[in-house]
Every structure is written in C-alpha cells, then in structure tokens.
Design a protein around this ligand. Structure first.
Ligand code: UDP
Length: 354
C-alpha cells in the first residue's frame, strides 16, 4: 500500500481499524504530529463519521474502506513503505465474539498474520504496533495482571475464550517476527478503554450505562455488580502508543496499557447516575439473561503498569468522571476531544443507540 501522495519528509503511518473507536483517536493524534496517515478499515465496527473533519485538505489522510486482506492484496506495493503500522483492525468485544465466533477468530488471526508477512516481505524496518487485549489473561485468579503471568482459559466449548486465544496468537506471531526477523513490533494489551465514540452494541459497559442514564432507562448491571474493572480514557491510551513504538527498548515486548484504578460495575452505574444527574435506577441482571447460558465473567481485572510506566512514564490524565461527561456530550451531539468541541454528523449519533 502507498499513501498515494508521493510526499517525502513526513512520517508515513498506516492505521488498520483507523475508523474505529481507539483507531480514530490515534489517527487524530498522528495527524496532529504531522504524519501522513493511511487508514484501512472495513467499517464492520468502525464508522466513517469517526474521522469526519479530520481531513484538512492537505492530503495527509487517505482512507481505504475495505478489509485488510483485500487492501494488502490489491493496493500498491508496500505495507513496508510505512514508517509505522498500528494494527488495530480486529473483531472487538466479547459479545461480538460470542455472536460471530468464526469471522471473529478469522479476522483476528488471519489478518494479523497477513500483515506481518507483508511488512517483513517489504523490508522489515517498519515499526509495528499490534493491538491486543487484557482478555489474553483469561480467567487467571491473580491481581494485578503482569505481562509475564501465566494465562488460564476455559474449555473450547465456551466460545468466549476464543477471543483471548485469537489475540494470544497475534501476540505469539508478533514476538516470533521480532525474534526470528528482528521486526520492531510491540504488543499493547488494552484494559477496558473508554471514551467518546465507543458504542454499546458490542456489550461495552460504559456506553451502555451512559446511554441508559441519558434516556432515564434502567441501568443494567450484570451479575452482582461487585466485579471490578479499571477504566482508562481512550485519549490517554492513544497517547501511549506512538511512544511505545518510538523506543527500541520496547520492541519485541508486550505492554499492559490502561489504568490501574479498580471500580466495581455497581459503583460505575452509581457514578454515571450521579455525574449525569440521571433519574435512572440501577438493576441487577443475571449473567445467563445478559449473555446466554454458561457465561464466565471475571471478578476483577487490573493491570500491573510497572513495565509501561518505566518504559514511557505513562500516567493517565483524564479521570473517569470527565470521561463519563465527555461520552454523554458526544452521545447528545457535541464531540469533546481534548478541549475541541464540534458536532458529529447525524449518522454518528444514530449509531450510538444501545
Ligand atoms: N456489564 C454490565 N452491563 C452492561 C455491559 C457490561 O454490567 O450493559 C458488565 C460486564 O458483565 C462486565 C463489565 O460490565 O462485568 C465490563 O464489561 P465490558 O463488556 O465493558 O468489558 P469486559 O467484560 O471485557 O471487561
């Protein structure tokens, strides 16, 4: 793939899944630092509206709306023509994987394999970020999760764990390319990333809660609500990614990326209600009803951030209450991105309903 511009000088960056939730925040950041950015996104969960207004007419943003395999096959010479590749294209979220296991597994494993093969064939000096997930830790009964911990999955009869396995294979691949070929690849394991442009279709808790609170509907807390998660604003997460790729000491390594402050899901519901001054009530919903029979939820999930902190001095800057307010503003029609406020298209508002 080429960026189609033939420009020289600026960093050339490919973002797969660039029209998605995390991808679009990253694209904004990369454009702001002066990169020429190519987005490849099949719009399965990404949305064009997420990139609305990003193109300043300079030609530094090129969007290719097709799946990655097709883009790699059909587009121009080289994934290796890029200085950096952020591979965020993936089947996202436990709910989607339960609903669509075959395509989710295929998307997560085959596209990553094809991308890495292509980068290597094109010269292997491209720095590659592989997006992974805290799901990779599975249901290990340990807290916090450290990058070198053992992982524990349920049986293959429970499709929930296929997501974790597919992401683990991506991680193995990326590290094998580093070890065997010196490909400068970094794995980011995201922990419960939240913020504007995240939609609730795929089971994500915060957009579901904010949408319910705005509508005055009951907020559905699954299980007993005592399970905990650590939520990190997507704008903080996006900042960490280029910094991880920049440092050669990070190449070939896996990093937890997120916040390490636990919040119970019941407390999250209360916080959303209070921050948004909503009249919603929180109600408990059994896991079987929420996800179907046999679903195994994690009681807690907290990252050990020592490796990330020592590598890039990462500290999240945006607090949860601010994120809740910004998600609500985005859902009600104002998009709040690092101080800038603008209106998304009607299309993006329409996609938020949960
Ligand atoms: N959850 C909930 N209500 C919802 C969606 C999710 O109570 O409408 C719970 C879910 O069961 C889990 C937590 O919130 O315990 C976080 O869910 P999410 O899907 O956002 O992330 P993950 O399960 O991957 O941590």
């Amino acid at each position: 793939m080429t960026d189609g511009q033939g420009q020289r000088g600026a960093r050339r960056t490919l973002v797969t899944g660039g029209a998605g939730f995390i991808g679009s925040h990253l694209v904004r950041l990369l454009l702001a630092r002066g990169d020429r950015v190519v987005v490849v996104d099949d719009l399965s969960t990404g949305r064009r509206e997420n990139l609305a207004g990003f193109d300043d007419g300079s030609g530094r943003l090129v969007c290719v709306y097709t799946d990655l395999a097709t883009a790699l096959r059909e587009q121009g010479p080289a994934a290796g023509a890029f200085d950096e590749v952020y591979h965020l294209a993936a089947a996202v979220g436990v709910r989607l994987v339960i609903d669509e296991p075959i395509s989710s597994i295929e998307t997560n494993v085959m596209q990553t394999a094809a991308l890495l093969r292509r980068v290597l064939a094109d010269g292997a000096c491209t720095r590659v970020m592989i997006a992974s997930s805290s799901e990779v830790y599975g249901k290990a009964d340990k807290s916090p999760f450290s990058e070198e911990d053992d992982v524990v999955y349920g049986p293959t009869s429970k499709s929930r764990w296929s997501y974790a396995c597919s992401k683990a294979i991506d991680e193995y691949l990326s590290q094998a390319y580093f070890q065997k070929h010196g490909l400068p690849a970094v794995v980011a394991r995201f922990f419960n990333t939240v913020g504007p442009r995240q939609v609730g279709h795929y089971g994500m808790v915060l957009p579901n809660f904010v949408a319910a609170a705005l509508a005055g509907r009951d907020i559905e807390v699954y299980g007993d609500g005592r399970q905990t998660r650590c939520f990190c604003d997507v704008r903080d997460v996006a900042q960490a990614l280029p910094r991880l790729l920049e440092s050669s000491a990070c190449h070939g390594r896996v990093f937890n990326v997120g916040s390490d402050v636990p919040v119970s899901i019941g407390a999250l519901a209360d916080r959303v209600i209070s921050v948004l001054a909503s009249r919603s009530r929180r109600v408990l919903v059994a896991y079987d009803r929420a996800y179907g029979p046999g679903f195994e939820d994690l009681k807690q999930r907290q990252p050990d951030l020592r490796r990330l902190r020592s590598a890039i001095g990462f500290e999240p800057a945006i607090g949860l209450d601010q994120t809740i307010r910004d998600v609500a503003s985005w859902m009600t029609g104002e998009e709040v991105i690092r101080g800038a406020v603008r209106s998304p298209s009607a299309g993006s508002r329409g996609a938020v309903a949960t």
